[in-house]
Write a protein that binds this ligand. Structure first.
Ligand code: CA
Length: 225
């Protein structure tokens, strides 16, 4: 398959596919090792950033993606991040604040990790799947079992293209923490996005509250089974 073959295998760290960065997104390196960090927002107000795979991926194929997210600043922060598949292109960037950096990217499917409760949100610590660049309408949503703000957490998103299932798991990085299934969404990415190939990556935003929002250890692979 030619996708996610655009990405290096899980087993070859450091994992560095070329990225397209927009808005406030930047790349940096974690001190002391060669792990790359995608910083979507850097602690300023009213920011929006996005980072995409430079090459489109085949959305008709199953994939599994893993990453670690660390959203933090002071006592309270905003607004959160999203893992997004979209058909607009490697320059796509949406709105700040409650837009999570993907509002307005119309041909998209977003998995949001939302740390600030806007009017339509169930809480200030939830996950949700939203279509068509509209964070005000969740196709599915769940209160997170772990805090999304303050401490790093691991995410595993598995897309089953044969059965149209998108499953989102989270796990705290504390010793002994177990992975929990948060969202199990029926969706055909290629049908929703309206194209058989698209770009995957991350968006993030801040508003009247802010945060530094980092993604690292991002891998994309073909599911094992
Ligand atoms: Ca929100």
């Amino acid at each position: 398959m030619n996708s996610p073959g655009a990405f290096a295998a899980d087993t070859e760290p450091p994992y560095n596919p070329p990225l397209s960065l927009n808005g406030t997104a930047s790349l940096m390196w974690r001190a002391g090792d060669d792990e790359r960090v995608i910083r979507l927002t850097d602690g300023g107000y009213r920011q929006a950033g996005s980072a995409w795979s430079t090459q489109p991926v085949d959305l008709t194929e199953s994939f599994e993606t893993r990453f670690t997210a660390h959203l933090r600043s002071g006592k309270t922060g905003a607004d959160g991040i999203a893992f997004v598949a979209q058909g607009q292109g490697p320059r796509a960037l949406g709105g700040w604040g409650g837009g999570l950096g993907y509002r307005g990217i119309r041909n998209s499917v977003a998995v949001e990790f939302d740390i600030y409760q806007n009017q339509p949100d169930p809480s200030g610590n939830h996950l949700a799947v939203s279509f068509s660049g509209n964070p005000d309408r969740h196709s599915s949503a769940a209160e997170s079992s772990i805090p999304l703000y303050g401490k790093p957490f691991q995410v595993r998103v598995r897309y089953d293209a044969d059965n149209w299932r998108l499953q989102v798991h989270v796990r705290a990085l504390t010793p002994g923490a177990t992975e929990e299934l948060m969202l199990d969404q029926e969706v055909s990415l290629s049908d929703r996005i309206g194209t058989t190939s698209g770009w995957i990556g991350f968006t993030g935003s801040t508003g009247h509250l802010t945060a530094r929002q980092d993604i690292y250890e991002w891998t994309v692979a073909t599911p094992q089974e």
